[in-house]
Design a protein around this ligand. Structure first.
Ligand code: HEM
Length: 120
């Protein structure tokens, strides 16, 4: 975040990478998109750290993003994850294979949990 507009760039990348994701955010302006993405990444980190508020919030995301709610299909998490990693690559000079793998592990723990609730 110290090196640029992390969540603005993440937002631009994810909307460009997936027209399906862009369609879902059609009614949300850029500031709103950035706020949601920033909030989402903070929750991913908190969930990974076993923070009780993170666990509570990701449990909520699991319900709101399920088929019966926002209906975020499992295949949409891949472009979301890759757009975030490309943005870190763009802005973090310390990004290397180790940092990338660390991010993948952190992101995937939430993604797997949220996707497992799609039809729950
Ligand atoms: C692990 C990944 C994700 C996390 C942690 C996450 C988290 C959140 C959070 C915290 C919100 C705010 C409202 C709420 O609490 O439900 C939200 C809203 C939303 N998310 Fe996600 N999200 C993730 C992935 C995705 C993906 C892949 C999509 C694909 C389209 C998506 C689409 C949406 C939409 C459409 C909204 C509502 C937007 C609005 O209110 O304008 N999310 N998400």
């Amino acid at each position: 975040m110290a090196n640029g507009d992390l969540f603005g760039r993440f937002s631009e990348r994810v909307m460009a990478a997936s027209p399906e994701i862009a369609e879902r955010f059609r009614g949300t302006d850029m500031a709103g998109q950035k706020r949601i993405l920033h909030h989402a990444i903070n929750l991913v980190l908190a969930f990974f750290e076993h923070d009780p508020i993170g666990a509570w919030a990701i449990e909520r995301v699991r319900r709101t993003h399920a088929r019966s709610g926002l209906d975020i299909a499992p295949h949409l998490y891949e472009p979301w994850r890759e757009a975030f990693l490309e943005t870190v690559e763009e802005l973090d000079p310390a990004m290397d294979d180790g940092v990338e793998i660390a991010w993948r592990v952190v992101l995937q723990s939430t993604i797997d949990y949220v996707i497992a609730g799609y039809d729950a």
